[in-house]
Ligand binder design. Structure first.
Ligand SMILES: [Fe+2]
Length: 226
């Protein structure tokens, strides 16, 4: 089974991992987007009969990728928590498990539209930012309309996925959307959906330089969109 796909972006060696994170070798940084911690709990509290266990699953996945890549730093790209009450709704064990992770690495939370007005941030380790820039790499929640040509931008927000037809069946896969100066990451959270890259939302984003890194069950494939 293929676990990642390595690509050179600017002068960085980047591993696109099957879980939806990417690892920047030179800075030992894991980047991931749209954890949406507490989404199932939030829907459950709103009356939807959904098992509220997504936090545990997402924490488990996060712990596993940290064990594999042993990063110095983790940067999340926003929508880390599903709504402003998500930390308040986490139980003690979930808070302890999350803080075990934020204590082991330099943990940077970039804020998204879902967690702009988050309550009880002080219960959680790590540092909160609106966006983050280091040398020629920038990290934010929503892709800039016009990125500076001198830097490469990582963002989340759109939860990209692609639909592949095989015989008469359609299969949906999460994917990275990568172009000359940006990469949109798939959602990492256990209970998060996705938007088809062929939908209108992506029509202003995707051009002939854009390709997808598709996260299949056993294989990671690169594919042009146009
Ligand atoms: Fe999101």
């Amino acid at each position: 089974m293929q676990n990642n796909l390595k690509k050179k972006i600017l002068n960085y060696d980047i591993y696109f991992d099957k879980t939806g994170v990417l690892f920047i070798e030179q800075t030992k940084t894991i980047v991931l987007a749209d954890l949406h911690f507490g989404k199932a709990k939030s829907l459950n509290l709103s009356g939807f009969q959904i098992p509220p266990y997504d936090i545990k699953e997402t924490l488990y996945k996060l712990k596993k990728v940290i064990e594999i890549y042993k990063p110095r730093r983790v940067i999340t790209l926003g929508d880390n928590f599903h709504d402003r009450f998500s930390i308040l709704n986490m139980n003690n064990q979930e808070i302890i498990e999350l803080n075990k992770i934020t204590e082991t690495v330099d943990f940077k939370w970039v804020t998204g539209n879902h967690d702009k007005k988050l309550f009880s941030k002080d219960k959680i380790g790590g540092k909160f930012f609106n966006s983050f820039q280091e040398n020629d790499l920038s990290f934010k929640h929503i892709k800039s309309k016009d990125n500076s040509k001198d830097s490469f931008e990582f963002s989340g927000h759109f939860h990209p996925k692609t639909i592949i037809k095989i015989n008469n069946s359609s299969y949906s896969y999460k994917c990275f959307v990568v172009s000359r100066d940006f990469c949109i990451l798939p959602s990492f959270g256990h209970f998060t959906g996705g938007i088809d890259v062929k939908s209108k939302v992506f029509s202003d984003i995707i051009d002939k330089n854009t390709f997808l890194i598709i996260l299949g069950k056993t294989k990671i494939a690169q594919q042009k969109v146009i």
